[in-house]
Design a protein around this ligand. Structure first.
Ligand SMILES: [Zn+2]
Length: 177
């Protein structure tokens, strides 16, 4: 990690050199102890090319309805995987559905549902590590589903998980140092 590509002068490629980082610029004040997210640190929490069934649609005010995450198509029983490395902070039932939360190394927190957890709080997971099996549809009948709901929080603020995936944006590439 951290090597500078030889030859220089080539345009930055999202998802390319691991030494580059993604900035969530413009997304509000920097959180305390914020760390940058290496490009390519995140992957979809389901295998294969991710199918976005419902996009992130945050409410204009925190108390209003909205969609605080993305819904990804997956087969029932599909393995749900950690979107990035981190530590499991919750694995259990919330209002009758299985939820796993992972605190990632960049400080973001992913929550995934509904699944039957195969991990316990405190467990360390790599990106792509199995968290459990999808148990149904996140919203009880998503067209094209079953759908896995993936929410990402930065402190108490929800961010768009889709923008964390390689090749999606907006992202800002920061200079190598
Ligand atoms: Zn959802």
């Amino acid at each position: 990690m951290g090597t500078v590509p030889a030859g220089g002068g080539s345009p930055p490629v999202v998802g390319g050199a691991p030494a580059r980082t993604v900035s969530r610029a413009g997304a509000g004040p920097a959180r305390a102890g914020a760390r940058e997210t290496p490009v390519g640190a995140y992957r979809a929490p389901v295998d294969g090319v991710p199918r976005l069934l419902r996009a992130f649609d945050p409410p204009p005010q925190p108390w209003l309805a909205g969609h605080r995450g993305v819904d990804l198509g997956a087969g029932s029983g599909a393995t749900v995987r950690a979107p990035a490395a981190g530590t499991v902070t919750f694995a259990g039932d919330v209002a009758g559905r299985g939820v796993v939360t992972v605190l990632h190394d960049d400080g973001l927190r992913s929550s995934l549902e509904p699944l039957s957890p195969a991990v316990a709080p405190g467990a360390r997971v790599d990106a792509g590590g199995a968290l459990g099996a999808l148990t149904g549809d996140a919203h009880g009948g998503t067209p094209g589903g079953p759908a896995l709901h993936w929410g990402v929080r930065d402190g108490d603020r929800y961010v768009d998980p889709w923008a964390l995936l390689p090749g999606h944006g907006p992202v800002v590439l920061l200079p190598l140092r």
